[in-house]
Every structure is written in structure tokens, then in C-alpha cells.
Design a protein around this ligand. Structure first.
Ligand code: FMN
Length: 245
């Protein structure tokens, strides 16, 4: 293992930050290096909006389900899936973009996510910490209005970044055989492996310093995925020009 892989294995989300500002040059370097990530068909179907306005940060924190770090983090970024610039490129070429494909939604969301992970990883390599904020999709209409996102652009996730003021433990991941398969998707020993994982996850939750809990991973998942999952997103995406049917 080298130091890059070691750093990957040390990842944990940071939700509390010191007041130290993130140096402008450093932030630019992070964003710029992450911009070199791979992108589907070289479409670069992403953009990021840094929200600096205090009043808007406060509103965003509320929209995201009262997540304090959204307001308090020195840097808050909104990563967008962005097909808008592809339409502009077509305009320049006198061509018409065919819109509304699920494939385009996948391409732009994947591009945004790859860029986001590169930003987080670059930030972590420089001693910063951060957390993704899917809560940005709680109120996508309000966020779209606030950030003046044009059609064909939508916020995939936010990200709070800054210097860590906490040092949480690393969360144990699922056993490798459940996520790494060879040749075929072998559904072998899934329940046994998940039960084992429940034990190690429970141990982690019990022993962690902040917010210790008595809950297994399968309990967490079952309670989460048996609820509706932002059902407003379909109508929102349609309105935003991602005409998913
Ligand atoms: C797309 C995405 C959205 C997320 N949204 C939130 C969020 O809104 N609030 C939050 O506190 N954590 C959020 N997280 C962080 C996850 O909860 C966290 O990554 C996961 O529990 C694993 O913990 P770790 O990052 O500390 O290893 C999000 C992560 C991802 C990848």
C-alpha cells in the first residue's frame, strides 16, 4: 500500500470545522486538480457553484434539513450535473441537442460525482476535511432559484469543506465479497456476511465517541429504504429539462 491508498482508507466525513479559512489559492488548486478527472466522452457535463453569501448559506442549511455545517463550513460547494453548456456548444455549431435521455442524466450525474470525489480527496490530501450534502436535493426548486441554475443543470450534491475540528473514527465498510465479484455476480453467503457486518458495524456505533448508538447496518438500511426517497425529484428534473418519463 502507498500513501495515496493509506489516505483513502483514512477517509471519514467531517461535519465540524475550525474557523480557519481555506486559503483561496489552495481551494483553487484543489478545484483545478480535480478538474482533470475523467469525464464521459470528454463532455465535462458538470459545474460547481461556491456559495459565499451568508444569508444564502443560512437558507441552504435550512433547506438541507438544518445541517449546521452547511452554514458554518469555511467553504460550501454545490456540484451540478450540467448539460447546459452542451446545448450552447450545439448552438455554436448550428446543431440541435436531442434532450431528455436517461443516459444524459446518468452521464452528467456520474461526471459531477467523479469531480466531487476528486475535490474531496484532494482536499483531504491537504489536511482539509469535508462531507457531501445530498440534503441539497430536499428543496431543489429553491436551490435552483437561489443559484440561478439554467435549464439542463441540477444540483447533485453539496459539499462542506474546511479544516477539521473533530476526528471521527473511520466507518467499517461492507465485507469485500459483498461488493467485489469476479466474472459473475455470485450471491453467495450474503445473509451470513451481512450478519457479520452488522456485528462489526454495531461495535463501531457503540464505541464511537460522538453520537454512539445501538443499531445494526441492516436496521439502518431497512428503515431508510422502506421510506419514500425524495419523490419530488422526478417532477423537478422534468421541469429542469431532464425529461425523464
Ligand atoms: C452523495 C452523498 C450525499 C451525502 N449526503 C449527506 C448529507 O446530506 N449529510 C451528511 O451528514 N452526510 C451526507 N453524506 C455522507 C455519508 O453519510 C457518509 O459518507 C457515509 O455515512 C459514510 O461515512 P464516512 O464518509 O464518514 O466514511 C453523503 C454522502 C454522499 C456520497
Amino acid at each position: 500500500m502507498n500513501e495515496v491508498m493509506e489516505l483513502m482508507k483514512k477517509h471519514r466525513s467531517i461535519r465540524r470545522f475550525t474557523e480557519r479559512e481555506v486559503e483561496e489559492e489552495l481551494l483553487k488548486e484543489i478545484i483545478d486538480s480535480a478538474r482533470h478527472s475523467a469525464t464521459s466522452s470528454f463532455l465535462q457535463a458538470y459545474s460547481v457553484v461556491r456559495v459565499r453569501d451568508d444569508a444564502n448559506r443560512e437558507k441552504l442549511a435550512a433547506y438541507c434539513g438544518d445541517q449546521k455545517h452547511v452554514k458554518q463550513a469555511p467553504v460550501f460547494l454545490v456540484f451540478c450535473a450540467d448539460l447546459h453548456k452542451l446545448s450552447v456548444a450545439c448552438d455554436l455549431q448550428g446543431a440541435e441537442m436531442k434532450k431528455g435521455y436517461v443516459e444524459q442524466l446518468i452521464i452528467a450525474s456520474v461526471d459531477a460525482a467523479i469531480w466531487g470525489q476528486s475535490v474531496l480527496f484532494a482536499a483531504e490530501s491537504m489536511g482539509l476535511g469535508g462531507v457531501y450534502v445530498g440534503g441539497i436535493r430536499n428543496h431543489p426548486d429553491e436551490v435552483t432559484e437561489m443559484l440561478k441554475l439554467p435549464e439542463q443543470v441540477f444540483p447533485v450534491f453539496g459539499m462542506s469543506l474546511g479544516y477539521p475540528d473533530q476526528n471521527p473514527q473511520v466507518k467499517p465498510r461492507m465485507p469485500l465479497p459483498l461488493v467485489y465479484k469476479e466474472d459473475i455476480y455470485l450471491m453467495d453467503k450474503e445473509k451470513e456476511l451481512l450478519k457479520e457486518y452488522d456485528e462489526s458495524f454495531l461495535e463501531y456505533l457503540r464505541s464511537r465517541e460522538s453520537n454512539p448508538r445501538e443499531e445494526t447496518w441492516t436496521e439502518t438500511v431497512a428503515s431508510k429504504v422502506s421510506k419514500e426517497s425524495r419523490p419530488h425529484m422526478k417532477a423537478y428534473l422534468q421541469k429542469q429539462g431532464f425529461n425523464i418519463n
